[in-house]
Design a protein around this ligand. Sequence first.
Ligand code: SF4
Length: 509
Amino acid sequence: MKKGRRSFLVDSMKNNKIISKSKYLAGLQCLKYLWFLFNRRESIPEPDAATQYIFDQGHLVGEYAKKLFPCGIDVEHKGGFEKGLRMSAQLLTKRKPLFEAGFLAGGIYARADILNPAGSDEWDIIEVKSSTGVKDINVEDVAFQRYCYEKAGLKIRKCYLTYINREYVRNGDINPERLFATSDITEEAAEFSSGIRERIEKMFAVISSSDCPDIKIGRHCSKPYVCPLKDECWSFLPGNNVFDLYGAKNKAAELFGNGITLIKDIPEGYSLSFKQKIQLECEKTLKPRIDRKAIFSFLSKLVYPLYFLDFETFSEAIPCYDGTRPYQRIPFQFSLHVLDSMNGTGKHYPFLAEGRGDPRGDLLSSLKDKLGSRGSIIVYCESFEKGVLNELAESFSQYSKWVNSIIPRIVDLYEPFGKFYYYNSSQKGSASVKSVLPAITGISYDGLDISNGMNASISYLYITRSTGSSKTIAAPEEINKIRRSLEDYCKLDTESLIYILRKLKKLTS
Ligand code: SF4
């Protein structure tokens, strides 16, 4: 170790600057983020509801994974950091699987999901993830743990990653043996360990400095996770910058690295896709692109009456109903608008499950009741609605014939925007309904208590059961308020489709 670096390490340890595995992973993503974690923690936004939901899912998965080792011992950390360390060290002598054993060595700290005794004096690391396969970031995580435990004097034999088996189908109580799959990642962890000491030394140097490292924005801001500082670091960018180019993450980073910030400044002759060229053209002319012929052809497919349909779903790592798989989408709400003519007032049929058990049977029955036997069913991003319907047909075979009969009637309103028949620069390269609606109609989701699908599913789960670690049970008034917000949100999802369709019609008349 170089002298300078050793002094950084000593200073950091004196100041209680301990690099845990989560901080190490943050440092791998970006040294600026790491510096903020140690020196400006208060400036990092708290996790939003969606991120917290993901954390809660991970915690629940961890609890189920412990059932794989019935004789395992949970290391108690409630008595404080030092006590947790002492307990972990003492419990090693029991030679039993240990959950959350934590070790500190040379200023780095790691807590293993599971340490499993192997042979007479070795241990296997078992890292548990709520994902459905092995990712590089998981291997980095385990490589750090291995380095830390070996520094603390443990002999590590093998490294494993235990994750969710997507093929598992629940039948009665959860069977942990089948819920999880495990991969041996010993070799990969060894490969990722190369240079780890130098990386950790560099991180100690960064966190000990009073100066924040000058790191430019780029793809790393969303890889492997969206950095919590992204809003702040990216706030200087003007609208319609190169990062708004459709499907061009690498290209955007390259252009930005070459000093080109705005789409309109992309030089002549630079290689762009068809859609990116449309964006550039719109930026230069300040006019929307309208392919009237293609829009007309799209509209001519429609058969009246028109049914505008949108589902809200939730999905969980641990399947909650018999016959369902991990992360299967469970629809709990739909909004259905029916129009006999383009400018008619139409009818609205909402459905929101009561929340006492599996919502799918009632939802299917209600939908079948309201969907007539002819007329286009208009959705936005058909793969989602079709996927939900097919999964419903799989689980409720008595509906499969009916589902098969309605799927060919689905028309995807995403098509004119996904194919850029219409593009307006205020969409900023996005064809999502949340971008298209304000761009084309001036109406937005602003002001709604629930304004995206993830929050809708979290809110539904919140009012229908205790959720995650918070174990909150909502009061009746709160439940009613949230149910109204869910109805407002889902209703706007199908109203939006009507507004957008009418606008398209106007453009072609
Ligand atoms: S937003 Fe990007 S540059 Fe800023 S701290 Fe995060 S990863 Fe680093």
